[in-house]
Ligand binder design. Structure first.
Ligand code: ATP
Ligand code: MG
Length: 384
């Protein structure tokens, strides 16, 4: 008998049947991409930004013939690397559907101040582009500028619409802090192009898009991704179990989702472990869920241990307090005393640092929750 494959996945993009819900966000985002509306999508890490935009892109490409070029700024450390990634995306996603094979490369590189080295993969015939370091700043900027203009120009030539996606956009500041103003000056002349910016560091996104002194100020509609509601996540989980010869009773799904809070990555991670703990043809039960949680905590142990090691004494106390006694008023005197947290200003500093590291999420003033779904349980087990 061939071994069945686990139907859950965490870490890669969620695609096809592995993608749950996000109906409303998808509808909105696909309309925006078709309409040329700029959007910034922000959410904490691992909430499914890339998966959502990937799915939206697939839809508008096939249904609306929109061309979508995507660049991941996490993979580009310098302006030269950014230029190379842009050239590649424009080649793959814009020039390839629009032009004949022989003209594609020249359509991408011909107007550039710096001509990239083009390498052809002998197996696939696909080109890649690289720009050597050491060119004059002005030449690199001019090259980037031309690349930022190119998608709109090429698409317009064939009366096609285009969307340009920047994943991990907050990294733009690390590449060169003057890039936002260069990009903005070009993008604002492209009303037909939908620019989509994804970002995980909320404060950074707020600075880039909500600060009146920043070039991107109010240049894009904001979409904040939340967790996935249990009403939508539970049927998805049950269906995935069914399709892989296991059953997930509603009560167990409910407890699984209570443990993850509908955090997309954490939910897939725990469901993966639960499926492993459930024999073929059987229904998942409480025992299996308990063992699954144990598995997940063991595999997250190194990560949580590092978090703990890096935390200051007060930060540790705050995390422990919130793990054993969640509260809406962490700075209240009684709560601080009970958990030995110290002076309000000390606690405030610890809270700020923990929010900065995305370990805590501020729900409202004074109301903080631990952002990592399995960290509270890990902390509780450590204490007992
Ligand atoms: N719509 C979804 N349905 C089911 N699972 C999802 C969904 N979106 C995300 N996930 C789960 O979350 C994981 C992370 O998704 P993704 O990489 O899209 O998130 P992200 O916000 O881009 O993360 P990062 O901050 O690391 O870039 C996926 O591997 C998958 O397990
Ligand atoms: Mg991502």
């Amino acid at each position: 008998m061939t071994r069945e494959l686990n139907p859950f996945n965490f870490g890669d993009l969620a695609v096809d049947a592995g993608f749950a819900d996000r109906e409303q966000e998808l509808a909105e985002l696909t309309s925006d991409m078709v309409n040329g509306q700029n959007v910034v999508v922000f959410a904490p890490r691992r909430y499914g930004k890339s998966s959502l935009v990937w799915r939206a892109a697939q839809q508008v490409i096939s249904r609306n013939r929109v061309l979508v070029a995507q660049v991941d700024l996490m993979l580009t450390a310098t302006k030269e690397q950014l230029a190379a990634a842009l050239a590649k995306a424009i080649y793959d996603d814009i020039a390839t559907p629009l032009f004949r094979v022989r003209e594609r490369v020249s359509r991408v590189v011909s107007g550039l101040r710096i001509t990239p080295v083009v390498t052809i993969d002998p197996q696939t015939g696909a080109p890649s582009f690289s720009f050597r370091a050491g060119h004059e700043h002005a030449d690199v900027d001019a090259t980037l500028q031309a690349l930022f203009e190119l998608p709109a120009t090429l698409a317009a030539e064939r009366q096609r619409r285009v969307a340009l996606v920047f994943d991990e956009f907050q990294e733009i500041l690390a590449i060169d802090s003057r890039l936002p103003s260069l990009m903005r000056s070009i993008f604002q002349t492209q009303p037909d192009v939908a620019h989509v910016y994804l970002g995980s560091k909320r404060s950074m996104m707020e600075r880039l898009f909500n600060d009146a002194n920043e070039p991107f100020w109010r240049s894009a509609k904001q979409m904040e991704l939340g967790r996935i509601a249990a009403a939508a996540f539970a049927p998805f989980l049950a269906e995935r179990f069914d399709a892989a010869n296991r059953r997930l009773p509603p009560g167990i799904a409910e407890r699984l989702l209570a443990a993850t809070g509908g955090h997309p990555y954490a939910t897939q991670e725990l469901a993966y472990a639960l499926w492993e703990e459930t024999p073929r043809g059987r229904a998942a039960n409480d025992d299996a869920l308990g063992r699954a949680l144990g598995r997940v905590l063991r595999s997250e142990n190194a990560h949580f241990a590092l978090v703990w090691e890096r935390a200051s004494r007060v930060q540790r106390l705050v995390l422990q307090a919130l793990a054993v006694e969640p509260t809406t008023t962490v700075t209240a005197g009684e709560y601080r005393n009970r958990h030995d947290l110290g002076a309000p200003s000390t606690v405030a500093r610890a809270l700020e640092a923990l929010v900065d590291q995305e370990l805590l999420r501020q729900v409202e003033p004074g109301h903080y929750v631990i952002a990592e779904p399995f960290l509270p349980e890990w902390l509780r087990r450590r204490l007992s």
